[in-house]
Design a protein around this ligand. Structure first.
Ligand SMILES: *Cc1c(COP(=O)(O)O)cnc(C)c1O
Length: 388
């Protein structure tokens, strides 16, 4: 071909094919918008909704199919859809399952951008979004109305850390034909078997533990039910939820060490949380494995681990200026959102402004315990406490 075509065409069309039979551990990175068909009949025969073949980059490549299958396996689900961020996965779920005239229930401690999305749906899309006490459990039954379509849960809330009774919420919702979604990011999909507790859709911010590198944004929705998966798949297509092949590869690269990293974050965080509990500056340690945390008994019943994220409430004698100085004085802990990476992070939250029902006057500070040596992290916290 190169003999007969002009150079410019030869630059684009080549007969060369790399030898087949290459094998290696990593999944290949397939960049593709256009997917090629052998002929028109093959093109017409393919359905983008069936993941048995390829139709267009947006609907999947070997790289994205592989990540979806692995994530579904980790959660104990069957189907998975990727989104360009955790928040995009949340939005995809809302747009798939809610329409004008519907009602959605969200926990009062929900991830704040999820709450903001709920408020937007309520303001501009004719949907009602109502917020419930995360400790409501079976009491959710009283809030469910004929127009309620979806109950969001988050286990635990990622700032105030209440652990909800997921089986009780699922039982009450399912008795009324209402679907339950969980933001399962805190457990990395490995410390909470959400489907076994009755949840219909699992949302993951892969940005956190699955990536583990603080270098990629991605989200996922995982389901067991084929019909429900198809509803999500339509929203995935209509909203154009594409993810990059390189980012997909980064998440795939993190998966083999997911549990090792999670367990290391968990062990270090429990050590530091228990030590903080002995400090006179700290009034409460909101770590689900400690009795201070609302839902601690539920955590013991339903979870097999805890990961690296928890919060503390300072003694009420310390002002915001003082606890801000504490955060600013940390050296190893950096100030920044997100978690699940190797670096420890610390963020103060104005919890009293976020939650109407929050009565504790102390300042709330959230820690993400990274993979540094816990003794060094405790020494860092100790020197920062001395600045109070
Ligand atoms: C980070 C996070 C999200 C959103 O993930 P992004 O990829 O940052 O959009 C959702 N829920 C929880 C609990 C999170 O921590």
């Amino acid at each position: 071909m190169t003999d007969k075509k002009a150079l410019q065409t030869a630059l684009i069309h080549s007969d060369y094919k790399a030898p087949s039979g290459f094998a290696a551990f990593p999944t290949a990175i397939h960049h593709a918008s256009t997917v090629l068909f052998k002929n028109v009949a093959a093109m017409r025969a393919r359905d983008w909704k069936e993941k048995t073949a390829y139709t267009y980059g947006l609907h999947g490549t070997p790289t994205t199919f592989t990540l979806e299958a692995r994530l579904a396996a980790i959660e104990g689900g069957k189907y998975c859809l990727l989104a360009p961020s955790g928040l995009a996965a949340i939005a995809m779920l809302d747009f798939a399952l809610l329409k004008s005239g519907d009602d959605v229930l969200l926990p009062d401690n929900v991830y704040n951008p999820n709450r903001d999305l709920g408020n937007w749906l309520a303001q501009d899309f004719g949907i009602t979004a109502r917020y419930y006490d995360p400790m409501i459990g079976a009491g959710i039954a009283q809030l469910i109305r004929p127009d309620t379509q979806l109950v969001w849960t988050e286990a635990p809330g990622s700032v105030s850390m209440e652990v909800p009774d997921i089986p009780a919420i699922c039982k009450a919702a399912h008795a009324r034909g209402v679907l339950v979604a969980i933001d399962n990011t805190w457990s990395g999909g490995i410390a909470l078997r959400a489907f076994e507790l009755g949840v219909d859709v699992v949302m993951q911010a892969l940005t956190k533990y699955q990536s583990g590198g603080s270098d990629v944004l991605m989200g996922a929705l995982i389901t067991r039910d084929k019909a429900l998966h198809h509803r999500l798949e339509l929203a995935h297509m209509r909203l154009g939820m594409g993810v990059s092949a390189d980012d997909t590869y980064l998440v795939l690269r993190g998966l083999p060490t997911l549990k090792l990293r999670f367990d290391a974050h968990d062990a270090a965080a429990r050590k530091i949380a228990a030590w903080l509990k002995t400090r006179p500056e700290i009034a409460r340690v909101l770590h689900p494995a400690l009795p201070d945390c609302p839902g601690h008994e539920t955590w013991k019943r339903d979870f097999s681990g805890a990961g690296g994220l928890f919060s503390v409430v300072f003694d009420a004698r310390y002002s915001e200026t003082q606890t801000d100085r504490f955060v600013d004085s940390l050296n190893l802990f950096k100030i920044g959102y997100s978690w699940g990476g190797s670096n420890s992070l610390c963020v103060p939250y104005r919890i009293q402004a976020m939650r109407k029902d929050w009565t504790d006057p102390g300042q709330l500070v959230r820690f993400n315990i990274g993979l540094e040596d816990p003794a060094d992290l405790m020494a860092d916290i100790e020197q920062a406490l001395s600045t109070l």
